[in-house]
Design a protein around this ligand. Structure first.
Ligand SMILES: *Cc1c(COP(=O)(O)O)cnc(C)c1O
Length: 382
């Protein structure tokens, strides 16, 4: 059996071979393997140089200073550090956080954990396009609001927030602005200066880098204070201790540098694939776009297929690797909280699938997906 066509880039992407090659030079004895914190010998200095080179590559993509980049194990940890670290460090100023109900679980679950610590959270409901408006945010702010956290691009829908307008509202209300940029980095302009972002969570593996590495941008002017969550050794200016994973970091740096060079070409390629995909399904009846494609990145499209069950459809689509918007609990299948959160009816949410395209997807892949889908949907409706 041949490998299925991979259209689940929003879950993770394959590592770019150029990234894998750079990583492999930072592992073995003939490579740069030493501890970047070893200050007493040349191998240590070389490792430190590699880490600092990668820090600049990541900073460059978001127009930050390298000193504003803190390495983490991924966007999940970056989200935890941003929310918990910031709320704890600023608790004397206020205890109120504003976020939305369709954030990634790394935000939703962390905000719930903060509620059990005595912090208060306002949960905004986005519109049907998946976006919170600046007016909505303004109305949610209170005197004791210290932080607003909203994602740049939603991982199930692809919709893009108006970050600049939202940052202005947060700042006018005296709050700092955190953005989960895991799905957005390298795919849209995430210039932290222009947009007014104070904290930005990043991940390597959604952008052709390795899993298990990410970063948090922490603004220096004005200075954003965080309480560390992981103690020991005082690495990363005390914000995140632990021996730096040189090979992972080099991989993330290389992936972000490639995105800076090739991101626009990638997005143009992906937009063509999306158009081809949607055109190929255009005459099939009973398809609804949960993604409002007018306000979304081209790489994610979430579709509902009337009259079919999402799980059965997924089963029938053996040759395409995609994901449902639903999570299986042991007893029942629950629709995605994101789809529910934007008001998609229960049955339609259960009949929804997320297709996501990327650098290595081809027109032939898209054609295979169209053919399989058409066949399966018609068969299941019969
Ligand atoms: C994937 C993802 C995360 C988690 O990133 P990891 O690096 O896998 O921990 C967080 N937020 C969003 C929006 C994501 O898509």
């Amino acid at each position: 059996m041949s490998a299925p066509v991979y259209l689940d880039y929003a879950a993770t992407s394959p590592v770019d071979p150029r990234v894998a090659e750079a990583m492999s030079r930072h592992l073995t004895q003939d490579g740069i393997f030493a501890n970047p914190a070893s200050r007493s010998h040349m191998p240590g200095w070389l490792a430190e140089q590699a880490v600092e080179g990668a820090r600049r590559q990541v900073a460059d993509l978001i127009h930050a200073d390298p000193r504003e980049i803190v390495w983490t194990s991924g966007a999940t940890e970056a989200d935890n550090l941003a929310l918990v670290g910031f709320m704890r460090a600023n608790r004397a100023r206020g205890r109120h956080l504003v976020t939305s109900i369709i954030e990634h679980k790394a935000i939703v679950d962390t905000a719930h954990a903060l509620e059990t610590e005595g912090f208060e959270v306002t949960w905004l409901t986005p519109g049907p396009d998946g976006r919170v408006t600046p007016t909505q945010l303004r109305e949610a702010l209170r005197d004791d609001t210290v932080l607003v956290s909203l994602m740049a691009v939603n991982n199930e829908l692809g919709c893009i927030h108006d970050l600049k307008a939202l940052a202005e509202v947060a700042h006018a209300g005296g709050a700092a602005f955190h953005v989960d940029g895991a799905q957005a980095a390298g795919k849209l302009d995430l210039d932290v200066q222009r947009l007014g972002i104070d904290l930005l969570s990043l991940s390597a593996h959604k952008l052709y880098g390795p899993k298990g590495i990410g970063a948090l941008f922490v603004r220096r002017h004005p200075d954003i204070r965080l309480e560390a969550l992981i103690h020991g050794g005082g690495h990363e200016r005390g914000m995140r201790s632990g021996t730096l994973a040189t090979h992972q970091i080099v991989g993330m740096g290389e992936a972000f540098a490639l995105a800076q060079q090739e991101g626009e070409a990638d997005q143009a390629h992906i937009a063509c694939l999306q158009t081809r995909f949607l055109n190929g399904l255009a005459d099939l009846e009973g398809i609804h776009r949960n993604t409002d494609t007018r306000v979304a990145l081209p790489n994610i499209v979430n579709l509902a297929f009337d009259g079919v069950d999402g799980e059965s459809l997924l089963m029938a689509l053996r040759n395409i690797a995609i994901s449902t918007g639903s999570a299986c609990n042991s007893a029942s299948v629950e629709p995605s909280y994101v789809l529910k959160g934007i008001g998609v009816p229960h049955a339609r949410a259960l009949a929804s699938l997320r297709f996501s395209f990327g650098r290595f997807a081809t027109e032939a892949d898209v054609d295979t997906a169209i053919a399989e889908l058409r066949h399966a949907v018609v068969a299941l409706r019969r």
